[in-house]
Design a binder for this molecule. Structure first.
Ligand SMILES: C[S@@+](CC[C@H](N)C(=O)[O-])C[C@H]1O[C@@H](n2cnc3c(N)ncnc32)[C@H](O)[C@@H]1O
Length: 215
């Protein structure tokens, strides 16, 4: 997960409060990044999330100290309420947005909801790490790292032809899932694309970005 750690290391939110959505066990974030906040409110639908998260991060948070509060609720459906409750906090979507199409069982409905988020978040400092695509690759090849050449800040939103070119560079094979997250960030947001070996020869193509109120 070092590419994700490196990305988070570049995120220096102006708030010392974090609203963490879908943080689960917090595997995808180094303790040092969490320690920059004085208060964290973690929202997850999984009842085990607080226990798992504390297992990994409690010691570092106590040492800072950083206060942590856990909430079990649907953070996407309840986003407007949640933003009102934490008006000054930085909001981080921790790899949950790419799951929405599976939760809803409807790719079009997911894309519509995901496309609305940036409007609900207008004026707020926020960021997200999420799946863009996932699927099998050729067994003989590792992920084609040259695809990373496409992953530079300010990459324009991919159209369908651009997506196909990207998948070819990834040595994609068989059916790949589109996680309907292309619409998450406001156009022009600098994003980082991070290939991640979910298991041998099955990759997730993650996107990470950070939106500042002035951008
Ligand atoms: C792929 S896991 C994230 C893993 C996590 N980032 C980590 O590093 O361990 C997605 C998490 O989001 C949570 N989740 C999915 N949809 C959610 C929603 N609408 N509201 C709150 N949590 C949600 C799931 O329960 C799960 O814990």
């Amino acid at each position: 997960m070092s590419a994700i750690d490196a990305f988070l290391g570049q995120i220096t939110p102006s708030s010392n409060q974090l609203v963490l959505l879908g943080g689960s066990a917090g595997w995808m974030m180094p303790p040092a990044w969490l320690q920059r906040f004085r208060r964290i409110d973690a929202y997850d639908i999984d009842p085990l999330a607080p226990w798992l998260f504390k297992l990994r991060h409690a010691k570092a948070l106590q040492a800072r100290p950083t206060e942590i509060h856990f909430h079990r609720s649907d953070a996407i459906a309840g986003l407007p309420t949640l933003l009102d409750r934490h008006p000054d906090a930085f909001v981080w979507f921790d790899n949950l947005l790419g799951q929405l199409r599976y939760r809803l069982g409807d790719e079009d409905a997911a894309e519509r909801q995901l496309g609305q988020l940036k409007h609900v978040l207008a004026g707020r400092e926020w960021g997200s790490l999420h799946d863009m695509y996932s699927g099998p690759t050729d067994e003989k090849t590792q992920i084609n790292r040259s695809a990373l050449a496409l992953a530079h800040p300010g990459t324009p939103l991919l159209d369908d032809a651009g997506t196909q070119r990207l998948l070819q560079k990834l040595d994609a094979k068989g059916v790949w899932q589109d996680h309907a997250t292309r619409v998450v960030f406001p156009q022009g947001t600098a994003t980082q694309w991070i290939p991640w070996a979910f298991r041998p020869h099955y990759w997730h193509w993650l996107e990470a970005g950070w939106v500042k109120p002035s951008s």
